[in-house]
Structures are given as structure tokens and as C-alpha cells.
Design a protein around this ligand. Structure first.
Ligand SMILES: *Cc1c(COP(=O)(O)O)cnc(C)c1O
Length: 388
């Protein structure tokens, strides 16, 4: 039951403008892929400085198509972080490849570039760095490792729209082949469900467009017509096995209206995190994630690390105390290699000790733009009262 002053760990911020722009589409001739999708893609390009953007049904579809564009297949290995949502690894399995994990840095939750190097072998094809909580991985180092080993890089930036790395926006693909974003309601901007892939490579762009719509093309110049069928306005060709991963125009209209507020959202999120950090950093029961000097994170999450051996409570007990006081944290993430489905791939408890230790300690506290600083102060006071 949700009371008036209940704080989820994350949620959407929807205003009148958002509602008006969605309503407008409902009166228009296009409900699915139409002018708003094209406009949304253009805006994503302007905002990230990437050359191309392909809007898709969700962030998972974006990851799946990015793996397909790279032609990942059986026996290929792709390395990602164990501290992520299952989709970052599942996209490799969808293509028949093997998801390999590489441990994180304990103080940032980001994949550790040095360990990453040691996980590469002859079967490795790509790396999927995850910009955990909204902070960019060290893409300069990761792209150098990838170049040295002839690997592709796909950035999982589901948490990181609006983030900066070394003066460029995440999604620019300066250090990667493709970047994916998610617009699920808990993420920084939302389309309900939705995602996008950015790239600077025209070949990937062409492939992704096909794969988004069943592998079907209506471009006359691309027709193969193996049986010499009559070609007319009805004619189309399916040239590869794609999917229906389209974003609707209704969703894109919401995205367009949301992205106008991105800078404002990011600023408020950063201010909230600053207040949290100031209040928790000097208390020995707690640890906050470090902010790397190379970037400006658009925070999606605020993970607070708690040493549960220091306080006389389990995480479940603390959760229940916080929930009784209207605070509904979440845990990001149960390491993917510990999921039951992943046991068939011979992963074990203890394989990635830093990700596992991080999981034991972390709780994500409420973080979304409509929280007031008074709300945050009250959340901080409640956490400090019950984490004993
Ligand atoms: C949310 C998320 C995804 C998947 O996005 P969906 O839009 O929910 O499919 C992928 N990776 C990470 C790290 C995420 O947080």
C-alpha cells in the first residue's frame, strides 16, 4: 500500500506538457513509427552528438540489436559487468554467444579495466561496459584495451543519459561502436517503455534499421528480387531475420517532451546526490561511491554502502524498518552470475568477490527530480535512525 509520503527508489516525472504531447499524437494519423520517432531520434543525435540514433521498443531490444549488428554468434564471448541488470548479459545469449563477466572496482561499482584485460581470449568479440548508477566507465582505457585486442565496444548507458565523460556526452560513441539507452520509467527520462541505440557507423545504422522491422526493406535500390517478381508499390523484401522492435509515435512524443527537461532533471539529481553524500560520507557506518575526476555523472541511482556487520541488523530487517517509514529502497544488483539461469554456465559464488561484496552492502535510496530537499533530509534522518 502506497501512502502519501512514500518514497520509491526511483520514478518518472510527468508534467502537463508531457500529457499534452501524448494527447496530440492520439489525434494524429500516426500511432506507431511516424514523425515523432524521427524527431526523437534527431533530438537524441543533437543531445549526444552521435551521427545516428535508432529508437527501439526498450533498452533490452537495443542491446539485442547491437549484438546482432556485430554479428555475435555461437562460441563468441562478450565481456560485461556482473553488477548490472540481467539484460546486459542476456543480449549475448540471445545471439547464442557466451556472457563473460569481469569484476568491478569496489569504490565505484564500475567494471575494472585492469581485470578486464585478463578476461580476454581468442573467442572474445566485444565488451559491454555498464555506466553503473549513471557514472561513465573509463572509456578511454576501455577503448584502448579493445583496440589492442581487436574487440568491439557497446556502452550500456541505460543509467547514463545526460552524463559526460571527458567533456563529451555519453552516447557520442567517441570511444565505442554503439551506445544503448533505456527509457523505462525509473530511468532519467522515460517513454513508458523504450530505448535507443546511437552510433557513428553508417553500416551499423543501416543494419539496425532493418533489424528493427523484421529485416524488411522497401528501398528499391537494395532489392535482390531473386525470382524476378514484378516490382510495384506493394513490394518489399525480407533480407535478414529481424524483429518488431519499433517504438511507437505515442512513446516518441513523450520522449521528445521529456528530453527537453533532461538538463533540469540531471541538475536536480546531482544536487540530491550531493546532499546525500555530504550527510553520509563522514559517518563510519556508511560509504558513498566515488565520483571520478574525468566526468560529470547524470545520476540514475544513489547506492549507499552499509557495513551490515557493523550494525546489528540484516539488510532485510533494515528494509522492513525503512518501508514502515515510507522509504522503499531497492538493491542494484544481485550479481548476474549468481542468477539460477546462469548456473548452467558454470558460474559460482565467489567468482567475482568485489561485485558480491558490493551486493551485500548496497541499498539504493530514493532519487528522482520531484523529491524536495526536505524530503531528502527526512530520508537521511530515517536511514541514520534505523541503520543501527
Ligand atoms: C534498465 C536497464 C536495461 C534494460 O532496459 P529496458 O528498457 O528495461 O529493457 C539494460 N541495462 C541496464 C543497466 C539497465 O538498468
Amino acid at each position: 500500500m502506497i501512502r502519501k509520503k512514500d518514497y520509491q527508489y526511483g520514478k518518472q516525472t510527468i508534467d502537463k506538457e508531457d500529457i499534452i504531447s501524448v494527447n496530440e499524437v492520439l489525434k494524429s494519423p500516426f500511432l506507431t513509427q511516424g514523425p515523432n520517432v524521427a524527431e526523437f531520434e534527431k533530438t537524441i543525435c543533437q543531445c549526444t552528438k552521435a551521427r545516428y540514433a535508432i529508437a527501439v521498443a526498450n533498452g533490452t531490444a537495443a542491446l539485442h540489436l547491437s549484438m546482432m549488428a556485430l554479428n555475435i554468434k555461437a562460441n563468441d564471448e562478450v565481456i560485461t559487468s556482473p553488477l548490472t541488470f540481467v539484460a546486459s548479459a542476456n543480449c549475448v545469449l540471445y545471439c547464442g554467444g557466451k556472457a563473460i563477466f569481469s569484476d568491478i572496482e569496489a569504490d565505484s561499482g564500475l567494471i575494472d579495466p585492469e581485470q578486464l584485460r585478463g578476461r580476454i581470449n581468442k573467442k572474445t568479440k566485444a565488451i559491454i561496459p555498464v555506466h553503473y548508477a549513471g557514472q561513465s566507465c573509463d572509456m578511454d582505457r576501455i577503448s584502448k584495451i579493445a583496440k589492442d585486442n581487436n574487440l568491439f565496444v557497446i556502452e550500456d548507458a541505460a543509467h547514463a543519459i545526460g552524463s559526460e565523460y571527458k567533456g563529451v556526452k555519453v552516447g557520442s560513441c567517441r570511444y565505442s561502436d554503439m551506445t544503448i539507452f533505456s527509457f523505462h520509467p525509473v530511468k532519467t527520462i522515460t517513454t513508458g517503455e523504450g530505448g535507443v541505440i546511437t552510433t557513428n557507423n553508417p553500416d551499423y545504422y543501416k543494419k539496425l534499421l532493418l533489424l528493427r522491422t523484421h529485416g524488411i526493406t522497401k528501398e528499391k535500390k537494395d532489392f535482390k528480387n531473386p525470382h524476378g517478381l514484378e516490382i510495384g508499390p506493394w513490394y518489399y523484401e525480407m533480407q535478414s531475420l529481424g524483429f518488431n522492435y519499433r517504438l511507437t509515435d505515442i512513446q516518441a512524443a513523450l520522449g521528445l517532451s521529456q528530453i527537453k527537461k533532461l538538463d533540469k532533471f540531471v541538475q536536480k539529481r546531482r544536487e540530491i546526490v550531493e546532499l546525500y553524500k555530504r550527510e553520509f560520507a563522514n559517518d563510519p557506518r556508511f560509504e558513498v561511491l566515488i565520483e571520478k575526476p574525468y566526468g560529470v555523472p547524470a545520476y540514475h541511482l544513489f547506492p549507499l554502502l552499509i557495513d551490515f556487520s557493523q550494525i546489528k541488523k540484516t539488510k532485510a530487517q533494515l528494509f522492513s524498518d525503512l518501508q514502515e517509514n515510507g522509504i522503499h529502497p531497492q538493491v542494484h544488483y544481485i550479481p548476474v552470475h549468481l542468477q539460477p539461469f546462469y548456473q548452467q554456465f558454470d558460474y559460482h559464488l565467489g567468482d567475482y568477490p568485489k561485485a558480491e561484496a558490493f551486493y551485500q552492502r548496497t541499498i539504493s535510496l530514493p532519487l528522482y527530480p520531484s523529491l524536495s530537499f526536505a524530503d531528502i533530509r527526512s530520508i537521511i534522518a530515517i536511514v541514520k535512525t534505523y541503520a543501527v
